[in-house]
Design a protein around this ligand. Sequence first.
Ligand code: DER
Length: 219
Amino acid sequence: GNADALKKAAAEAAMQYIEDGTVVGVGTGSTVNFFIDALAERKHDIEGAVSSSDASTERLKAHGIEVFELNSVADVPVYVDGADEINEHGQMIKGGGGALTREKIIAAVAKKFVCVADESKVVGRLGEFPVPVEVVPMARSYVAREIVKLGGDPVWRQGFTTDNGNWILDVHNFDIMEPMKLEAQLNNIVGVVTNGLFAQRGANIALIAREDGVQTLKV
Ligand code: DER
Protein backbone atom coordinates (compact mmCIF):
# COMPACT_ATOMS: atom_id res chain seq x y z
CA GLY A 1 0.00 0.00 0.00
CA ASN A 2 0.84 3.69 0.05
CA ALA A 3 2.16 3.60 3.61
CA ASP A 4 4.58 0.86 2.58
CA ALA A 5 5.85 2.98 -0.30
CA LEU A 6 6.47 5.87 2.11
CA LYS A 7 8.22 3.59 4.64
CA LYS A 8 10.39 2.16 1.86
CA ALA A 9 11.34 5.65 0.67
CA ALA A 10 12.34 6.78 4.17
CA ALA A 11 14.30 3.57 4.73
CA GLU A 12 16.20 3.84 1.47
CA ALA A 13 17.08 7.48 2.19
CA ALA A 14 18.90 6.29 5.33
CA MET A 15 21.50 4.53 3.18
CA GLN A 16 23.25 7.87 2.56
CA TYR A 17 24.35 7.86 6.23
CA ILE A 18 25.93 4.40 6.12
CA GLU A 19 29.73 4.43 5.93
CA ASP A 20 31.83 1.62 4.46
CA GLY A 21 33.64 -0.59 6.94
CA THR A 22 31.34 0.24 9.85
CA VAL A 23 29.01 -1.75 12.09
CA VAL A 24 25.47 -0.48 11.54
CA GLY A 25 22.95 -0.22 14.37
CA VAL A 26 19.64 -1.67 13.24
CA GLY A 27 16.27 -1.04 14.89
CA THR A 28 13.00 -2.95 14.69
CA GLY A 29 9.72 -2.66 12.82
CA SER A 30 8.19 -2.59 9.39
CA THR A 31 10.04 0.55 8.29
CA VAL A 32 13.36 -0.86 9.45
CA ASN A 33 12.62 -4.07 7.55
CA PHE A 34 12.79 -2.00 4.35
CA PHE A 35 16.09 -0.56 5.61
CA ILE A 36 17.49 -4.06 6.23
CA ASP A 37 16.53 -5.03 2.68
CA ALA A 38 18.28 -1.91 1.35
CA LEU A 39 21.32 -2.59 3.54
CA ALA A 40 21.65 -6.02 1.94
CA GLU A 41 22.73 -4.27 -1.28
CA ARG A 42 25.76 -2.90 0.64
CA LYS A 43 26.56 -5.97 2.75
CA HIS A 44 30.03 -6.32 1.25
CA ASP A 45 30.86 -2.68 2.08
CA ILE A 46 29.88 -2.71 5.77
CA GLU A 47 31.48 -4.68 8.62
CA GLY A 48 28.09 -5.95 9.83
CA ALA A 49 25.29 -4.97 12.19
CA VAL A 50 24.18 -4.87 15.79
CA SER A 51 20.50 -5.62 16.22
CA SER A 52 17.69 -4.52 18.53
CA SER A 53 15.54 -7.63 18.25
CA ASP A 54 15.49 -11.30 17.38
CA ALA A 55 13.22 -10.39 14.46
CA SER A 56 15.73 -7.94 12.96
CA THR A 57 18.59 -10.37 13.63
CA GLU A 58 16.82 -13.08 11.65
CA ARG A 59 16.16 -10.75 8.74
CA LEU A 60 19.77 -9.52 8.71
CA LYS A 61 21.14 -13.06 8.78
CA ALA A 62 18.75 -14.12 6.01
CA HIS A 63 20.49 -11.47 3.87
CA GLY A 64 23.92 -12.81 4.85
CA ILE A 65 24.74 -9.76 6.96
CA GLU A 66 26.93 -10.58 9.95
CA VAL A 67 25.32 -9.68 13.30
CA PHE A 68 27.63 -8.83 16.20
CA GLU A 69 26.97 -8.81 19.94
CA LEU A 70 26.95 -5.20 21.12
CA ASN A 71 29.59 -5.98 23.75
CA SER A 72 32.02 -6.97 21.02
CA VAL A 73 31.89 -3.73 19.04
CA ALA A 74 33.71 -0.56 20.01
CA ASP A 75 31.77 1.94 17.95
CA VAL A 76 28.34 2.26 16.36
CA PRO A 77 28.51 5.38 14.17
CA VAL A 78 24.90 5.22 13.00
CA TYR A 79 21.70 3.68 14.41
CA VAL A 80 18.70 3.48 12.08
CA ASP A 81 15.25 2.90 13.63
CA GLY A 82 11.61 3.81 13.28
CA ALA A 83 9.26 5.50 15.70
CA ASP A 84 5.64 5.39 16.74
CA GLU A 85 5.66 9.18 17.17
CA ILE A 86 8.34 11.85 16.60
CA ASN A 87 8.17 15.57 17.34
CA GLU A 88 10.06 18.55 15.88
CA HIS A 89 12.85 18.06 18.44
CA GLY A 90 13.51 14.46 17.39
CA GLN A 91 11.98 13.20 20.63
CA MET A 92 10.08 9.96 20.10
CA ILE A 93 7.68 7.43 21.47
CA LYS A 94 8.94 3.97 20.58
CA GLY A 95 8.17 0.42 21.59
CA GLY A 96 5.03 -0.32 19.61
CA GLY A 97 6.90 -3.38 18.37
CA GLY A 98 8.02 -4.32 21.88
CA ALA A 99 11.77 -3.96 21.23
CA LEU A 100 12.26 -0.72 23.16
CA THR A 101 14.95 -1.93 25.59
CA ARG A 102 17.52 -3.13 23.07
CA GLU A 103 16.57 -0.21 20.79
CA LYS A 104 17.28 2.26 23.60
CA ILE A 105 20.58 0.53 24.47
CA ILE A 106 21.92 0.72 20.91
CA ALA A 107 20.62 4.29 20.62
CA ALA A 108 22.61 5.16 23.75
CA VAL A 109 25.80 3.73 22.22
CA ALA A 110 25.36 5.12 18.71
CA LYS A 111 26.95 8.39 17.64
CA LYS A 112 24.05 9.31 15.35
CA PHE A 113 20.40 8.19 15.53
CA VAL A 114 18.69 8.34 12.13
CA CYS A 115 14.92 7.95 12.48
CA VAL A 116 13.07 6.66 9.41
CA ALA A 117 9.33 7.27 9.34
CA ASP A 118 6.33 8.00 7.19
CA GLU A 119 4.59 11.30 7.73
CA SER A 120 1.90 9.73 9.95
CA LYS A 121 4.43 9.48 12.79
CA VAL A 122 5.10 13.23 13.01
CA VAL A 123 3.21 14.88 15.92
CA GLY A 124 3.15 18.27 17.57
CA ARG A 125 3.00 16.82 21.06
CA LEU A 126 3.92 13.27 22.07
CA GLY A 127 1.37 11.07 23.77
CA GLU A 128 -1.48 10.24 21.41
CA PHE A 129 0.30 6.88 21.00
CA PRO A 130 0.40 5.03 24.34
CA VAL A 131 3.84 5.02 25.96
CA PRO A 132 5.18 1.44 26.21
CA VAL A 133 6.85 0.66 29.55
CA GLU A 134 8.84 -2.57 29.92
CA VAL A 135 8.56 -3.99 33.45
CA VAL A 136 9.92 -6.92 35.42
CA PRO A 137 6.89 -9.26 35.54
CA MET A 138 6.68 -9.43 39.34
CA ALA A 139 6.47 -5.61 39.49
CA ARG A 140 3.65 -5.17 36.98
CA SER A 141 0.89 -4.23 39.38
CA TYR A 142 3.11 -2.02 41.52
CA VAL A 143 4.41 -0.13 38.47
CA ALA A 144 0.85 0.25 37.16
CA ARG A 145 -0.21 1.87 40.45
CA GLU A 146 2.77 4.26 40.34
CA ILE A 147 1.96 5.18 36.72
CA VAL A 148 -1.61 6.06 37.70
CA LYS A 149 -0.16 8.50 40.25
CA LEU A 150 1.71 10.14 37.33
CA GLY A 151 -1.57 10.58 35.45
CA GLY A 152 -1.36 7.68 33.01
CA ASP A 153 -3.75 4.81 32.27
CA PRO A 154 -1.64 1.62 32.04
CA VAL A 155 -2.89 -1.33 30.00
CA TRP A 156 -1.02 -4.67 30.29
CA ARG A 157 0.03 -5.96 26.86
CA GLN A 158 -1.21 -9.37 27.98
CA GLY A 159 0.27 -12.40 26.24
CA PHE A 160 3.38 -10.53 25.09
CA THR A 161 6.84 -11.19 26.51
CA THR A 162 9.83 -9.14 25.35
CA ASP A 163 13.09 -10.63 24.05
CA ASN A 164 14.37 -9.98 27.58
CA GLY A 165 11.58 -12.02 29.23
CA ASN A 166 9.75 -8.97 30.56
CA TRP A 167 6.20 -7.60 30.21
CA ILE A 168 4.91 -4.34 28.76
CA LEU A 169 2.38 -1.81 30.03
CA ASP A 170 1.02 0.53 27.35
CA VAL A 171 0.24 3.81 29.06
CA HIS A 172 -2.59 5.90 27.61
CA ASN A 173 -3.61 9.49 28.27
CA PHE A 174 -0.35 10.92 29.61
CA ASP A 175 -0.41 14.69 29.18
CA ILE A 176 3.20 15.01 28.06
CA MET A 177 4.26 18.61 28.49
CA GLU A 178 7.88 17.77 29.36
CA PRO A 179 8.99 14.50 27.67
CA MET A 180 12.42 14.44 29.33
CA LYS A 181 10.95 14.92 32.78
CA LEU A 182 8.35 12.17 32.35
CA GLU A 183 11.03 9.85 30.93
CA ALA A 184 13.09 10.38 34.10
CA GLN A 185 10.06 9.89 36.35
CA LEU A 186 9.21 6.59 34.65
CA ASN A 187 12.84 5.44 34.90
CA ASN A 188 12.66 6.13 38.61
CA ILE A 189 9.87 3.64 39.31
CA VAL A 190 11.35 0.46 40.78
CA GLY A 191 10.59 -2.45 38.44
CA VAL A 192 10.66 -0.40 35.26
CA VAL A 193 13.27 -1.75 32.85
CA THR A 194 12.80 0.76 30.03
CA ASN A 195 10.19 3.27 28.92
CA GLY A 196 9.36 4.19 25.35
CA LEU A 197 10.00 7.92 25.70
CA PHE A 198 13.20 8.59 23.70
CA ALA A 199 13.55 12.21 24.77
CA GLN A 200 16.84 12.45 26.67
CA ARG A 201 18.42 10.71 23.71
CA GLY A 202 16.30 11.38 20.63
CA ALA A 203 16.97 11.23 16.92
CA ASN A 204 19.69 13.40 15.39
CA ILE A 205 18.28 13.10 11.87
CA ALA A 206 14.69 12.34 10.93
CA LEU A 207 13.89 11.13 7.42
CA ILE A 208 10.17 11.76 6.96
CA ALA A 209 8.57 10.31 3.84
CA ARG A 210 5.76 12.37 2.39
CA GLU A 211 3.81 12.16 -0.88
CA ASP A 212 6.17 14.70 -2.50
CA GLY A 213 9.40 13.13 -1.26
CA VAL A 214 11.54 12.46 1.82
CA GLN A 215 12.08 15.44 4.13
CA THR A 216 15.32 15.54 6.12
CA LEU A 217 15.01 17.09 9.57
CA LYS A 218 18.32 17.74 11.31
CA VAL A 219 17.29 18.16 14.94
O1 DER B 1 8.64 -0.59 18.25
C1 DER B 1 9.35 0.32 17.74
O2 DER B 1 10.00 1.13 18.43
C2 DER B 1 9.33 0.46 16.26
O3 DER B 1 10.49 1.10 15.81
C3 DER B 1 8.11 1.28 15.92
O4 DER B 1 8.18 2.42 16.69
C4 DER B 1 8.04 1.65 14.45
O5 DER B 1 7.51 0.55 13.82
P1 DER B 1 6.95 0.67 12.31
O6 DER B 1 8.15 1.10 11.48
O7 DER B 1 6.50 -0.73 12.00
O8 DER B 1 5.85 1.67 12.31
